[in-house]
Design a protein around this ligand. Structure first.
Ligand SMILES: Cc1cc2nc3c(=O)[nH]c(=O)nc-3n(C[C@H](O)[C@H](O)[C@H](O)COP(=O)(O)OP(=O)(O)OC[C@H]3O[C@@H](n4cnc5c(N)ncnc54)[C@H](O)[C@@H]3O)c2cc1C
Length: 404
């Protein structure tokens, strides 16, 4: 006999989206379970963990969870740009510590965490609406009944797939990275490396974590390139390509691998009794394929909206729609603009990248960061698109604005 549990809200996935949703729902007084298939929260790291200090502060993430970054170096085969700031605006997260802190906040508010529990199927009522999930745990088969389910299972979108609402992402990024100890490192400077040798459809990176630890990685756009990111990463580390040479002796600590959706905001994210959030909803900035801040932000919105709906005993699609309205209003137009820039970047040859860096050189630190974050404030974009002294910069921002 399967073991059965009953909750108001079941959150599948103990990543940043799931923990953040559970936090707000538990705070709002509903009975919440977070279900995570791994042995512990953030057992496997699948991300490089770059995010922005402004968001970190907004979320209340403690200072010992990240390494601040204030210099941004971009290099192509024959060009290099360093954009320096006076204060750090970016950060590299200690991913495990941060994700565990997020889960702990939810637990402190009363959410219950089930680890080693792999959800395999949705449970439907006679109308075909989701009313729970089932899976396996060390105790055997388990069933969780709930009024609302949040699919925060990341790239795999397990629950939504089981409901037949979504199929596998067609366009996605595949990334491989080594967390390593190095001899020399500038702990407040990150590197983005572009061009065919690093990644034919993507980029490579060096993200410092403080002390002498950095993450060196390669991301490849699929299906645009057939390259295996792990293989390419090994090659560029062995040949000590570009700035990797400056790191001196490299001693690997841990390997990370992951997939991130890059199909734009193509999915509907609310159904009767069901919300999709984070990577399962495709909420990622396509320029650098970062999604942690969206997962936390919209996870919180999903938790608030679903718990309000539960308390009002109306959890159909219309009751959950404020969640989708909220995130679409906040990021939809920005992501659409970012996709245009991504489309331009994905096709650049090495020579064109060298030239693109000449354009990027023209940007002030805040402009560069807004750009890379896809935080295209309209007034700023209009200013850059119409008033910037360099034609190439005006052209780039006209593209963002949607003029050409
Ligand atoms: C190589 C790489 C580098 C990246 N770098 C960055 C970066 O620098 N900055 C940034 O902001 N973003 C980055 N991202 C993206 C970022 O990792 C994601 O956007 C973010 O993790 C999404 O959070 P999530 O909670 O939606 O999903 P996830 O973090 O994937 O969490 C999903 C959780 O659900 C669990 N789960 C899955 N299936 C089941 C199941 N069937 N049953 C129970 N549990 C399940 C998983 O074990 C996992 O813990 C990167 C992604 C990749 C692949």
């Amino acid at each position: 006999m399967p073991k059965e549990y009953k909750y108001d809200l079941v959150v599948v996935g103990g990543g940043p989206a799931g923990s953040s949703a559970a936090l707000m729902a538990a705070k709002n007084g509903v009975k919440v379970a977070i279900i995570e298939k791994e042995n512990s929260i953030a057992e496997t790291v699948r991300t490089s963990g770059v995010t922005w200090i402004q968001n970190i502060k907004e979320f209340g993430i403690p200072d010992d969870c990240f390494n601040p970054i204030k210099n941004f170096t971009f290099c192509s085969p024959n060009n290099e740009v360093v954009i320096s700031d006076t204060v750090p605006r970016a950060a590299v997260l200690d991913v495990r510590k941060t994700y565990r802190w997020l889960a702990l906040q939810a637990e402190k508010e009363g959410a219950e965490i089930f680890v080693k529990t792999n959800i395999t199927d949705a449970i439907k009522n006679e109308k075909g609406d989701i009313v729970g999930v089932k899976g396996t745990s060390p105790e055997g088969e388990v069933i969780f009944h709930s009024k609302v389910v949040i699919d925060a299972s990341g790239f795999s979108s397990t629950v939504s797939k089981s409901m037949g609402f979504v199929t596998q992402w067609e366009r996605f990024g595949a990334g491989a990275e080594y967390e390593v100890n190095v001899e020399n490192v500038d702990a407040d400077t990150w590197w983005l490396m572009v061009g065919q040798q690093y990644s034919p459809a993507g980029y490579a990176w060096i993200f410092p974590l403080g002390k002498n630890i950095v993450r060196i990685g390669v991301g490849v756009g699929k299906p645009e390139s057939g390259i295996d990111p792990t293989q390419r990463l090994k090659e560029i580390m062995e040949s000590k390509l570009g700035p990797i040479k400056k790191l001196g002796k490299i001693t690997p600590i841990e390997f990370h691998y992951g997939l991130i959706p890059n199909d734009g905001l193509s999915r509907k994210t609310v159904y009767n009794n069901l919300i999709l959030v984070g990577d399962s909803a495709g909420q990622a900035n396509p320029l650098v394929l970062e999604g942690i801040r969206y997962a936390i932000k919209f996870g919180r919105v999903a938790g608030t909206v679903s718990s309000n709906a539960i308390k009002l005993r109306k959890t159909d699609e219309s009751a959950l729609l404020p969640y989708e309205d909220n995130w679409r209003k906040e990021i939809e137009s920005k992501i659409k603009s970012a996709i245009k820039v991504q489309d331009r970047w994905i096709g650049l040859s090495d020579k064109e990248w060298d030239k693109e860096l000449d354009i990027i050189k023209e940007l002030k630190s805040e402009e560069f960061l807004d750009f890379i974050k896809a935080d295209f404030g309209l007034s700023n974009m209009l200013k850059l698109a119409t008033r910037h002294p360099k034609l190439a910069v005006r052209q780039l921002f006209n593209l963002v604005k949607g003029k050409n």
